[in-house]
Design a protein around this ligand. Structure first.
Ligand code: NDP
Ligand code: 8X3
Length: 247
């Protein structure tokens, strides 16, 4: 039985991924700060899931949690670096520096730390890493500033990992979704459910389950095949033109 380590299993894409991987016969280790949601997940999915109630930014706690994994969950075949967030949509010149730091700490620093901690196990198993980047890595938009920067880091780090892991058999993929209706926009807006509903209203956005199915598909492809990057959007989302200011 293969084991996936999925960060951020308490909501959205991560929670859907935990459910999809368990349904497909994987064991799953998952993390999150909201203990009650982790317990509910464990209660609904049973012994195939092991939960770690840690903040991904807490390097010492994450290191200890990984070192203490029970034997059945210690051999990791797949890391999905999913935990992440956006805070704010204000222009850079009006943004909150603490929000910027939180995004960098979570989306960049924590992601590289968890990856480094699990690399020896992933090399042992000739496993795989799938990182949640975003279309924001590829297309700048106003108000994207630091969030987009963190996701561009994730994309380029994924490609760099692939170069370093050449010859080890470890596969690495950067997944780059557009609009997925999860708690993402509620978090981004500081709890504004109406703003979230308005953003996704009428769009027929992607769902956490859509992305989970993609993650599972990537993970279960033949091991001689590596998807380097994969960008997804809802049909109703595409590209805008350049902005031009006139004097
Ligand atoms: P959600 O807000 O629904 O889920 C985010 C998950 O990340 C939660 O489980 C949350 O758990 C976890 N998380 C956030 N911060 C921390 C932390 N400090 N420590 C531990 N866990 C943390 O959003 P999504 O499911 O949409 O987002 C998942 C990933 O997908 C993110 O990396 C996001 O950037 C990316 N993405 C999302 C898109 C979208 O449109 N929704 C599009 C492209 C990429 P808890 O709060 O319990 O700690
Ligand atoms: C989330 C998608 O377009 O809101 O990464 O940045 S977007």
């Amino acid at each position: 039985m293969r084991t996936a380590f999925i960060t951020g299993g308490t909501s959205g894409i991560g929670e859907a991924a935990v459910r999809a991987f368990v349904a497909s016969g994987w064991r799953v280790v998952t993390t999150g700060r909201r203990a009650e949601r982790l317990s509910a997940l464990r209660d609904s999915l049973g012994d195939s899931v092991h939960t770690l109630n840690v903040d991904v930014r807490d390097r010492a706690a994450m290191d200890a949690a990984i070192a203490g994994l029970p034997e059945d969950f210690a051999r990791i075949d797949l890391l999905i670096n999913n935990a992440g967030l956006a805070l704010g949509t204000a222009p850079a010149q009006q943004s909150n520096l603490d929000d910027w730091q939180t995004m960098i700490d979570t989306n960049v620093s924590a992601l590289v730390a968890v990856t480094r901690m699990l690399l020896p196990r992933l090399i042992d198993t000739k496993g795989a890493i799938i990182n949640l980047s975003s279309v924001a890595a590829n297309y700048p938009y106003a108000g994207g500033n630091v969030y987009a920067g963190t996701k561009a880091f994730v994309r380029q780090f994924s490609l760099g990992l692939r170069a370093d892991l050449h010859g080890t058999g470890v596969r690495v993929t950067s997944i780059e979704p557009g609009m997925v209706e999860t708690e993402f926009t509620v978090v981004r807006t500081g709890g504004d459910r109406a703003a979230s509903d308005k953003l996704y209203g009428g769009v027929d956005p992607m769902t956490g389950e859509d992305i989970a199915a993609t993650l599972l598909w990537v993970a279960e492809l033949p091991v001689h095949l590596n998807i380097n990057t994969l960008e997804l959007m809802p049909v109703n989302q595409s590209f805008a033109g350049f902005a031009v200011a006139r004097n």
